[in-house]
Design a protein around this ligand. Structure first.
Ligand SMILES: [Zn+2]
Length: 279
């Protein structure tokens, strides 16, 4: 075990319900319903996975889930959990929000970044982790803070402005080592600025793949959510990233797999990869 390596703990950032067709994109229902059966409303229930990584004085969260701010009307259909799931998860492992030093985002959609802010008693949104720098790719921050009209619904400003206004927002570039043993790769695909991360964990390298492969089923090239704004970017880069992970025998951590937090890639078939649940 390397002294300088990261100790990782998977956490829940809350579960939500989403239309199965949205979640599996172009994959025909007669195929996806066999791996994740929908309910009577065609909804599938999936988690927002968060990874806690600790090393020396650094306490890092990868994504935050959707948090506990008051829920706007358009989010009610997601059947979000009550309360603040990421705070509850951190409490279970004895970490206080003030102890978090970095929040590292795959992208800034509400189900990943909503938990980085909370609502004060007077109703104003404030940073949930007051001592943490909040990292996302440069492109993601610019799309999120100054969205084109067609992207506005994807980036509720109350999730993001409190961070930018207090100078807690930080941007990384493709290939940048944010902290020792933590490297960001900007992939695009799901959002223009979506990123994945390679982390040197105690047990060896791991890849936090976010929405590039939101579940272990989505390790096949054409399996992506219908929300991906650039399907072709995702198709190009996914096999590259997964080939790297497979080559390093590195587990992947997808954003939304109901079966578990970590997956082992077992085999490459063309540009598709097979995976199995690790834990
Ligand atoms: Zn998501």
């Amino acid at each position: 075990m390397k002294k300088s390596a990261w100790r990782i703990t998977p956490l829940s950032g809350g579960w939500f319900s989403i239309d199965g067709g949205t979640f599996f994109g172009i994959v025909p229902k007669k195929i996806w319903r066999n791996v994740l059966p929908p309910d009577g409303e065609n909804l599938v229930r999936v988690p927002c996975r968060v990874l806690l990584a600790r090393r020396k004085d650094d306490v890092v969260l990868f994504d935050t889930g959707y948090g506990g701010k008051e829920r706007p009307k358009h989010l009610r259909g997601y059947a979000l959990e009550e309360g603040n799931p990421i705070f509850a998860s951190l409490a279970q492992v004895g970490v206080r929000p003030e102890q978090v030093t970095h929040v590292v985002m795959t992208h800034l959609h509400f189900d990943h970044a909503g938990g980085a802010t909370l609502t004060e008693e007077n109703g104003a949104p404030v940073p949930a982790f007051p001592n943490a720098l909040c990292w996302a790719s440069e492109v993601e921050w610019s799309d999120a803070l100054d969205p084109e009209p067609a992207l506005r619904g994807a980036y509720p400003q109350e999730n993001l402005l409190p961070l930018a206004e207090r100078n807690l927002s930080r941007a990384f570039e493709n290939g940048e080592e944010i902290l020792p043993g933590l490297t960001a790769y900007v992939t695009g695909g799901h959002t223009r600025g979506h990123a994945v991360f390679r982390l040197a964990a105690e047990t060896g390298p791991v890849y936090i793949v976010g929405e590039l492969a939101p579940t272990g089923w989505h390790t096949k090239q054409l399996w992506s959510t219908a929300c991906d704004i650039d399907q072709m970017a995702g198709r190009r880069v996914k096999p590259e990233i997964l080939a790297r992970a497979l080559g390093e025998s590195a587990p992947i951590f997808p954003a939304h797999d109901p079966r578990g937090a970590a997956f082992r890639l077992t085999e490459r078939r063309g540009d598709d990869f097979l995976s199995e649940v690790l834990f």
